[in-house]
Design a protein around this ligand. Structure first.
Ligand code: 1GP
Length: 235
């Protein structure tokens, strides 16, 4: 097992911060010192080299693991602890499965820090999310179809992470349970619509790692309450 893999094995809770959104210094400090396991920098639109580098520089003032979820080659900034590489499993468009990846590797192979990369098998299920629109994801999957995607990532592709992505709304519990059942080796990430401690506890019951995004920008106290809710489950 490599170091990157070992790092994510300890993650129960992660805050996802979007370089294209504004966060004040006090809020950033609270998020970084909340007890979360890592900050994941990422977003589906508006990422640039400059806004990504600026957010990394601000987060680097705190003692917290900081990972970049790569969605736009133009916004790949050196200096992150880890780089998470999404591969969307429920899209008919190969560009979002391996196409962009191949282009990037052809261009930058000699500079890629392979030991810091973690591939994520994404299952994108909220049709109204930007990520679904951008990647043309087939979002109307039955629980069985979503579980099949989980099996593909977990067993056929041996990906280290399966990411159940409902970005913007809380997921369907039956689907979450079906994917949980399918994923045995990979770490199961869940993200989408976690708006407080109760949602966090529910999601943590069906995933290894929960990702909290939007609510950071809407209600910081509720966002911070999600950390305790997840950690409380493991004591
Ligand atoms: C988004 O999964 C994350 O990629 C988190 O979702 O923003 O809805 O919390 P929310």
């Amino acid at each position: 097992m490599n170091t990157a893999r070992q790092m994510i094995e300890t993650w129960q809770h992660v805050f996802k911060l979007d370089p294209d959104r504004t966060i004040g210094e006090r809020e950033l400090e609270a998020v970084c010192q909340s007890g979360t396991n890592a900050i994941l920098v990422g977003g589906s639109s508006g990422l640039t080299y400059d806004n990504t580098a600026e957010l990394l520089e601000r987060i680097s003032r705190y003692k917290i693991t900081c990972a970049l979820e790569v969605s736009d080659l133009a916004a790949v900034v050196p200096g992150f602890d880890l780089y998470l590489i999404p591969m969307v499993l429920n899209t008919p468009d190969p560009a979002w499965i391996v196409g962009q990846h191949r282009a990037a590797i052809e261009r930058y192979a000699d500079f890629i820090p392979w030991e810091s990369l973690i591939a994520e098998g994404y299952i994108v299920l909220n049709e109204h999310s930007t990520v679904a629109r951008v990647t043309h994801a087939e979002t109307s999957l039955t629980p069985e179809a979503a579980a099949a995607c989980g099996h593909i990532a977990d067993k056929l592709m041996s990906l280290p992470v399966v990411y159940l992505e409902y970005s913007g709304r809380f997921g369907d519990l039956e689907t979450m349970a079906a994917v949980r059942e399918a994923v045995g080796h990979a770490r199961l990430f869940y993200g989408g619509g976690i708006a407080g401690a109760e949602d966090a506890a529910r999601a943590a019951g069906l995933a290894d790692t929960i990702i909290v995004g939007n609510i950071v920008y809407q209600d910081l106290d509720r966002a911070l309450s999600t950390v305790g809710a997840v950690k409380a489950r493991s004591v």
